[in-house]
Design a protein around this ligand. Structure first.
Ligand SMILES: *[C@@H]1O[C@H](CO)[C@@H](O)[C@H](O)[C@H]1NC(C)=O
Ligand SMILES: *[C@@H]1O[C@H](CO)[C@@H](O)[C@H](O)[C@H]1NC(C)=O
Length: 426
């Protein structure tokens, strides 16, 4: 059953997947689009939020490399006021890190320029304020890349949607408790106030909350990744303002230059993360993921080992700041997939449902173009290779034990399930 431009479409989730899709659908003439979320975007405990996200074209996978170059055009035009081209340095303790090697080849193949180093101190010619003094570190610097103000660009995208005529529902009216079904067809959503909303198509863009609405633990699971913020003085901010974004591929810890004006230093870890155990409302099975009914950022709690790993990273990147207290900490919820590929597909068995999730900790940078790819798939015009890459597969025999370790870009210790005590503090 093909969809008409006037048919009502519900998009659950106001993160980068949901909003970029809403805007693109409206550009293509769809007239009745409603975005639902628990909170007004930028959603405080979503994954498309806070002061920064890495914008890089450095990918081992040529498909994402190509897409990142395309997104870069958007970051340097439409979203230029949110983008900071600080440069990007990848660091490995061991020589010939596979991800770094493949990424390097992709960049060179497309005519890009990189600066290789075999000792991080060599990077001081480019970045005199670099503190880290690590002779063994190897890797390269890419002058193309940096970071974006995540909350700012999501806010802009949301207002673009609003101007384009997209409707928003938040709070209890925006909190989806379940998909409303009629046999094998999804006909709308049941919401927290006990009522429901009908639609011709429902687009599920719920990121780390996805397994609460559809049962896909074999395709995507959620992991919490530690993030910490430090308030610098204006003087310290000025000293570090020309720093690059840096990632230590061995530990997964990465850092941003301080934010202009507010002087906030952020560190986080792109690792295997932490799992929780909650019961899925849809399957009754235990799943990992953030809470549905209250904010997941209010407590400011980090597991002890996560805190220590961030602090160790702080010490390695910024020795002079190693003892500074965090002004704020939290777990950022990733939606992990087996190879780090997104899930963008019509649901294989439930009619009327389209799924756009599985950001795997690297989707934000595609904000300027992600909606185009999602809408191509929604309209069944996506190239076959992309459709296959982002297909929502059916469960298999081995479904119980799928490895969600991603695309080879993560570092640090393996996934750890939080104890009951730790979970109670989240
Ligand atoms: C959008 O769809 C809803 C649900 O079917 C309907 O009630 C509403 O009138 C539609 N709005 C417009 C502008 O067509
Ligand atoms: C990267 O992490 C490794 C392992 O902890 C460490 O030995 C190295 O010093 C770190 N490098 C930088 C630049 O932080």
């Amino acid at each position: 059953m093909s969809i008409q431009k006037a048919d009502p479409i519900l998009i659950i989730g106001a993160g980068v997947f949901g909003l970029s899709t809403a805007l693109e659908l409206s550009k293509r003439g769809y007239q009745n689009i409603t975005v639902l979320d628990r909170h007004v975007p930028p959603v405080a405990d979503g994954s498309s939020v806070d002061i920064s996200r890495i914008i890089r074209a450095d990918y081992a996978d040529p498909v994402y490399h190509q897409m990142a170059l395309e997104a870069y055009k958007g970051w340097t035009s439409t979203y230029a006021e949110f983008y900071h081209e600080s440069g990007f340095i990848m660091i490995s303790e061991t020589p010939s890190n596979l991800y770094i090697e493949q990424s390097k080849q992709n960049i060179i193949a497309k005519g890009g320029h990189i600066d290789e180093y075999s000792d991080l101190t060599q990077m001081r010619d480019l970045y005199p304020s670099l503190e880290a003094d690590i002779p063994r570190a190897q890797g390269y610097h890419n002058p193309v890349g940096g970071w974006a103000d995540a909350a700012g660009s999501i806010g802009r995208l949301a207002s673009q949607c609003s101007v384009a005529g997209v409707s928003f529902m938040t709070g209890r009216r925006g909190t989806v408790h379940s998909l409303r079904r009629s046999g094998d067809r999804v006909v709308g959503v049941n919401i927290a106030d006990g009522s429901h909303i009908l639609a011709s198509k429902v687009i599920l863009a719920t990121g780390a909350w996805s397994n609460r609405l559809i049962d896909i633990p074999y395709a995507a699971t959620s992991s919490g990744q530690p993030v910490g913020f430090i308030q610098l003085t204006a003087e310290e901010g000025r000293l570090l303002e020309k720093n690059p974004v840096m990632i230590n591929m061995t530990t997964g810890v990465f850092s941003f230059p301080p934010t202009p004006d507010t002087n906030i230093l952020k560190l986080a870890r792109h690792g295997y993360g932490f799992a929780t155990e909650v019961q899925s409302e849809v399957s009754g099975h235990p799943i990992s993921g953030p809470r549905r009914d209250s904010s997941n950022v209010a407590s400011g709690y980090l597991p002890e080992d996560a805190d220590q790993a961030l602090r160790q990273g702080l010490k390695q990147f910024f020795p002079s700041l190693q003892d500074r207290p965090w002004m704020n900490r939290r777990l950022c919820w990733y939606t992990d997939t087996p190879n780090g590929d997104f899930i963008i597909d019509h649901h294989p068995t439930l009619q009327g449902l389209f799924v756009a999730t599985g950001g795997a900790g690297h989707a934000f940078k595609f904000l300027p173009i992600l909606g185009k790819y999602i809408t191509d798939s929604f309209e069944n015009t996506a190239p076959t290779d992309l459709h296959t890459k982002w297909r929502l597969k059916s469960p298999t025999q081995e479904s119980g034990n799928v490895d969600m370790s991603g695309d080879g870009s993560r570092g640090g210790p393996p996934l750890r399930k939080l104890t009951v005590m730790e979970q109670s503090k989240l």
